[in-house]
Write a protein that binds this ligand. Structure first.
Ligand code: NAD
Length: 354
């Protein structure tokens, strides 16, 4: 029987509530698909700071590096907002991503037919959207040097090396091979030299994937096309700052924040997490939507090679939504019965485990 070691970082706020439901669903699928998941919990974020004085303790990094994958909830909360920057929960997250070498962030944006009304776009524009944003996560303007702020001047530098572009482009093309085989590489090559290099390297990598159709698009146009005709996209491949903006835009056109998963990969182990934060405003109320985390767990199974298990989870979610079960955040979109976090987890686990 195949066995996988999963490092679990529940984090703060609603983190523990939603991760518990994802584990429940994973266990149901593992039993039915005949593989085993062995979980070890580690501290990250505010809860780690409270216990150890460090938002990302050494044991957490070591534990993650010794696992096959990391399942993460969310970190942060009012309680830690006034700490110095390096002690804040958010810096713990940046540290773990860096320590694990996660240079690629993958965010699917898929519309559930049952929740079409949750989108701000018209049904004919949004129905059938299924795209993936592949964003470079550890380079570009957020990290480039020199950077600084003086009295009357401030500056940042957008830098990409050929190697950084090549490795993220490969991930984009690999993902496209598993999907509809189209990559839209987004840049600003009409203005930025760094984008000129981006284009050249992406063209080079594309030669290794002759089945994949490649197009280039300027970022301003891409932002517009995402709301005009999102169905045209399969894989959007882009750098850090453009990806930051476009992935949020892509998420919101498909609806609620409680439904969207993500994967950060590139290093020895991948980290799988919902795109939302720790929602301190509803923590402990048992109303958080666990679906984004459960979908992140499905992405984790995909990356572990347990494709059937991942598909079972996605099917179970669709079925439960189709039957009209909704958590409070999406209750106004076709709810027949409003359920709490645990009940939603139970329903998905029951269906996924069949
Ligand atoms: P947030 O995503 O936590 O919450 C935004 C809004 O969406 C809130 O009203 C919240 O109740 C709601 N929401 C979020 N997830 C939900 C879910 N699963 N079910 C139902 N409703 C949900 O963003 P925020 O309020 O800007 O940030 C809160 C804290 O989270 C901050 O400390 C922030 O730094 C942190 N944060 C962490 C991450 C992360 O861990 N990756 C990401 C973003 C923000």
């Amino acid at each position: 029987m195949k066995q996988y070691k999963i490092a679990v970082l529940k984090g703060d706020g609603i983190g523990p509530e939603i991760v518990n439901e994802a584990i429940k669903v994973l266990n149901a699928v593992a039993t039915s698909e005949n593989f085993k998941l062995e979980y070890t919990e580690f501290l990250l974020g505010g809860s780690a700071y409270d216990k150890t004085g460090d938002p990302c303790p050494k044991e957490t990094i070591e534990g993650c590096l010794n696992s096959d994958a990391v399942l993460f909830g969310a970190i942060g909360g009012y309680k830690w907002d006034n700490l110095p920057k390096e002690k804040r929960p958010e810096s713990g997250l940046l540290k773990i991503r860096k320590a694990l070498g996660l240079f690629a962030n993958i965010r699917p944006a898929v519309i559930f037919d049952e929740l079409i009304e949750a989108s701000t776009l018209k049904e004919e524009v949004i129905k059938g959207v299924d795209l993936l944003v592949v964003r470079e996560l550890t380079g570009g303007i957020y990290f480039g040097k020199p950077r600084g702020k003086e009295k009357d001047k401030a500056y940042n530098t957008m830098v990409y090396t050929k190697e950084e572009i090549e490795r993220i482009a490969r991930i984009g093309f690999e993902e496209a091979m598993k999907r509809r085989k189209k990559v839209t590489s987004v840049d600003k090559a009409n203005v930025l030299e760094v984008s000129e290099l981006w284009r050249e390297v992406v063209e080079e990598v594309a030669k290794d994937y002759p089945e994949v159709a490649l197009e280039h698009m300027y970022v301003d146009n891409a932002a517009m096309q995402l709301v005009r005709n999102p169905k045209q996209f399969d894989v959007i491949l882009t750098g850090n700052i453009f990806g930051d903006i476009l992935s949020d835009e892509a998420s919101m056109i498909v609806g609620s924040i409680g439904l969207l998963p993500s994967a950060s990969i590139g290093g020895k182990v991948g980290l799988f997490e919902p795109i939302h934060g720790s929602a301190p405003d509803i923590a402990g109320e048992k109303i958080a939507n666990p679906i984004a985390t459960i979908l992140s767990a499905a992405m984790m199974l995909d990356f572990l090679g347990e494709l059937n298990g991942a598909e079972k989870i996605r099917k179970a979610i669709k079925k439960v939504l189709k039957e009209g079960y909704r958590t409070k955040d999406i209750a106004s979109f076709g709810a027949k019965r409003v359920v709490n976090t645990e009940e939603m987890g139970d329903l998905i686990a029951e269906n996924a485990g069949n």
